[in-house]
Design a protein around this ligand. Structure first.
Ligand SMILES: Nc1nc2c(c(=O)[nH]1)N[C@H]1C(S)=C(S)[C@@H](COP(=O)(O)OP(=O)(O)OC[C@H]3O[C@@H](n4cnc5c(=O)[nH]c(N)nc54)[C@H](O)[C@@H]3O)O[C@H]1N2
Ligand SMILES: Nc1nc2c(c(=O)[nH]1)N[C@H]1C(S)=C(S)[C@@H](COP(=O)(O)OP(=O)(O)OC[C@H]3O[C@@H](n4cnc5c(=O)[nH]c(N)nc54)[C@H](O)[C@@H]3O)O[C@H]1N2
Ligand code: SF4
Ligand SMILES: [Mo]
Length: 725
């Protein structure tokens, strides 16, 4: 049979590259990048090439619903039908809703840029719960919240090609975003200047004209010093600032506290280098800025992002050609999470939404008109344990492996075990799913149809269903519909906001206000959009003043410090032995967080949870190449066991690792994560960012390391039941 080539979109990660799926009969034989896709232009990665087929065919794949028969975590399950699952779950939720209200159910998912987040959110709202747990407090939440409060963050997207200066802060796109990486390389090859701020030597830092290496967690001081240089030397874009910005004098005064010499003492970067970078960024046009994970998810995350967003506005690099582009919507498109959470037809009453856990402490995170309108996750874990501010007795977890990816696995698992009911939807048994009462089998990428509108991408994309769902697996939306129906039979659906009968209907609804059809998208895989610049010229910025606010009124209104400021990271070395900075979450091409650990292709690239250490630090601690080490933090009495990788990529006072390691082949409900996942040795705050509630010490913290006894390591690793196929 002839090989068919189907244009589609990879959704293995949020980059959403256009793909070409090669199909021979009923087999996918190759997946590659689609050069015609307007966003990704052929860029692709090893995860996208291998992940979808390996996920579908994984020997660990579970394709029918399961109900727990033994103790939680004992691995004893019985196979049941979908009807039995929906009825059993409804029967389990009924007494909880009757006694405590719908808000006693929390739901967790990983992302809301795909329909999974919308499905979980609308299910919760239908059942009367505002408690949606999205891991954005650990991810992008600080940057997104700053963008909403100041009025602009944006992303350059493919404007990077036209940028003449690019500032990359705390981001390693060569691993985390191959499309951005491609455009940065193009821009540099055509003479663009590049400034990189990262304590670690990354691929992008190797291309930089200025590579600034701050001490971890000190970026706000650096950005404020750059602002000071620009304002004191009059290098700002005065026309833009005077017409479109508010709070300039207040910002000037705040930044004056961070003269380059002051910032140099805080960050460890020479004052002259700070000045040179500031001048280059302010005087080269157009410029763009990419802010990454390295400055987010910490107790000063929102202020740090605000400082950089102020720098962007001061230089006028706002929604212009070659600068950061405003997040664009397509007129009439109704598929994005933001559309659903903000549209009155899909909302709960104001009174019901006001019950969101965290809403009182973090109104700019968990209140209405905020970025994700989600609850404060660590406070939900507390509520499960303490019943305060009210009981949370059930959880629906879809598409996230929180036992591995929330810090402090022991605490997460302890909370999960205390629930009356835990339902997990996944494609395989994860350390989180092991504690479930019901396991619901999920379709994988090649079995799903999904329309996507990337925020800074110039097109609408389709991820095509290439193969029939395996076994009884269902899409996230189909599962949400089944769960809703189960409760509706018992009269327990407070306010139904899922009007579709299938995933297909949902996709048709998303497109129904546009002139684009699913049929047309199936032919091309995408629909190119033409985006203009300068959206603010018509309606101003989406702030109370309609200007870009250097000192956002909404922060002042909630009693916080409205100007960006620096705060020393709580983990700064204090000479108590925890003096190495532990960086976590460093991305690897082989994995998406905790995913692909069971795939042979990925384990060939990385077969152990590695901890990078500088050769001088290794020598000082008498550690050698093949050593494993116990990593301990101040906040936890549980160490993690990681394998050393000696490399000059990290400075001598830093050690760096990934996130969420587990050995799927290892025995026990945690599959080794309790030992080998670095989050097991960390804490889920406090401190918390006063604006976003993001936890300190969840990305970076202080640690000490000591050599593990090789015999013990061998014994612990030897518990692997079998090697990866
Ligand atoms: N291959 C792969 N790609 C992914 C993912 C994946 O798991 N695997 N995950 C996706 C997701 S959900 C996300 S959120 C993104 C994240 O992607 P990025 O935002 O690119 O984050 P990282 O790649 O973790 O890079 C963070 C960088 O910040 C640096 N850093 C650490 N601490 C500091 C600091 O205090 N200051 C500064 N200036 N830098 C610091 C680190 O050295 C690191 O180079 O990646 C996405 N892409
Ligand atoms: N210490 C530390 N912790 C971190 C970070 C860090 O830097 N340091 N980074 C944080 C960041 S940025 C993020 S985004 C989080 C990520 O945390 P998670 O969201 O937990 O990330 P994944 O490991 O990708 O887990 C996705 C899970 O969803 C399942 N799945 C995959 N596709 C689907 C689907 O279509 N539907 C459903 N229902 N399930 C699916 C997979 O089997 C997998 O178990 O981790 C955070 N945790
Ligand atoms: S970067 Fe890789 S995994 Fe992410 S969408 Fe692109 S091809 Fe897929
Ligand atoms: Mo993330």
């Amino acid at each position: 049979m002839a090989v068919r080539v189907i244009p589609s979109t990879c959704t293995e990660c949020l980059v959403q590259c256009g793909s070409l799926v090669h199909v021979d009969g009923d087999k996918v034989i190759k997946i590659a990048g689609n050069p015609a896709h307007p966003g990704s232009q052929g860029a692709f990665c090893i995860k996208g090439a291998n992940g979808p087929v390996a996920n579908r065919d994984s020997p660990r794949r579970i394709t029918h619903p399961l109900r727990r028969t033994g103790e939680r975590g004992a691995g004893q399950w019985e196979r049941i039908s979908w009807d039995e699952a929906f009825e059993g779950i409804a029967a389990g939720l009924a007494p909880i809703i009757r006694e405590h209200g719908g808000e006693a159910i929390a739901g967790a998912s990983a992302t809301f840029t795909q329909s999974r987040g919308t499905a979980v959110r609308l299910l919760l709202r239908s059942l009367g719960s505002p408690n949606y747990m999205i891991n954005q407090d650990m991810c992008h939440g600080g940057r997104a919240t700053s963008a909403i409060l100041t009025g602009f963050g944006g992303n350059p997207g493919n404007e990077l090609r036209k940028s003449r200066v690019i500032l990359v802060v705390g981001k390693s796109p060569s691993e985390s975003d191959v499309v951005e990486w491609m455009y940065i390389k193009h821009a540099c090859a055509s003479g663009a200047k590049l400034i990189v701020i990262d304590p670690r030597r990354t691929q992008v830092s190797k291309l930089a004209d200025h590579w600034l290496t701050p001490r971890a967690g000190t970026d706000a001081a650096l950005a404020l010093a750059m602002i000071h240089v620009i304002l004191s030397e009059g290098l700002q874009d005065e026309a833009f600032v005077s017409e479109w910005c508010s709070g300039t004098e207040a910002l000037r005064e705040r930044a004056a506290q961070y003269a380059p010499a002051v910032a140099a003492a805080i960050t460890g970067i020479a004052a002259a280098d700070i000045e040179a970078a500031a001048r280059l960024f302010a005087t080269t046009k157009p410029g763009s800025m990419i802010l990454g994970h390295g400055i987010d998810a910490q107790e000063n995350g929102v202020h740090t992002a605000m400082a950089f967003h102020c720098l962007l506005a001061l230089t006028g690099n706002i929604d212009r050609e070659g600068s950061n582009r405003a997040a664009k919507t397509m007129p009439g498109y109704r598929g994005n999470y933001a559309y659903f959470i903000n549209n009155a037809d899909f909302r709960m009453s104001e009174e019901a939404e006001a019950k969101t856990i965290g809403g009182r402490q973090y109104p700019l995170w968990s209140g209405r008109d905020t970025y994700s309108q989600s609850c404060h996750n660590p406070s939900v874990l507390d509520a499960i344990e303490t019943g305060l501010p009210y009981p949370v007795r059930a959880m629906y977890v879809s598409g996230t492996n929180i036992a591995c990816t929330y810090p402090d696995m022991a605490r997460t698992v302890s909370a999960l075990k205390k629930l009356d009911l835990l339902v997990v939807a996944s494609d395989q048994m994860t350390p989180t799913a092991e504690y479930a009462d019901y396991f619901l089998p999920k379709t994988t990428l090649l079995e799903e149809e999904e329309v996507l509108l990337g925020q800074s991408e110039p097109c609408l994309s389709l991820s095509q269903q290439i193969l029939p769902a395996m076994g009884e697996a269902r899409t996230d939306l189909a599962i949400a519909i089944g769960l809703r129906d189960g409760l509706a039979k018992l009269g327990l659906v407070a306010h139904d906001v899922i009007p579709w009968r299938s995933n297909r209907e949902f996709m048709e609804y998303a497109l129904s206000g546009t002139s684009v059809t699913l049929d047309a998208l199936r032919v091309s895989g995408f629909h190119a959009l033409s985006y203009g610049y300068g959206d603010y010229l018509q309606a101003g910025f989406k702030t109370p003043s309609r200007k870009f606010e250097f000192n956002p009124q909404r922060i002042a209104g909630s009693g916080g410090d409205a100007l960006p400021d620096y705060k020393p990271p709580v983990y700064a070395p204090v000479g108590d032995g925890f003096d190495l900075t532990l960086m976590t979450g460093i991305r690897s091409m082989a994995f998406h967080h905790s995913r692909y650990r069971e795939h042979a292709w990925a384990r060939k690239i990385k077969n152990a949870p590695e901890l990078s250490i500088h050769p001088d630090a290794a020598a000082r601690l008498r550690l050698g190449r093949d050593d494993w080490v116990w990593v301990r933090t101040r906040e936890s009495d549980r160490p993690a066991l990681l394998k050393l990788r000696i490399s000059e990529e990290v400075p001598p006072h830093v050690v760096a690792t990934g996130v969420g390691w587990w050995y799927p082949e290892m025995r026990g409900p945690d599959h080794g994560a309790a030992l080998f996942s670095v989050g097991s040795a960390m804490r889920y705050g406090p401190a918390f960012d006063p604006i976003s509630g993001s936890p300190s010490q969840s990305r970076n913290t202080g640690c000490r390391i000591e050599r593990a006894d090789p015999g013990e390591v061998e014994r612990l690793l030897g518990e692997k039941q079998a090697d990866i196929a």
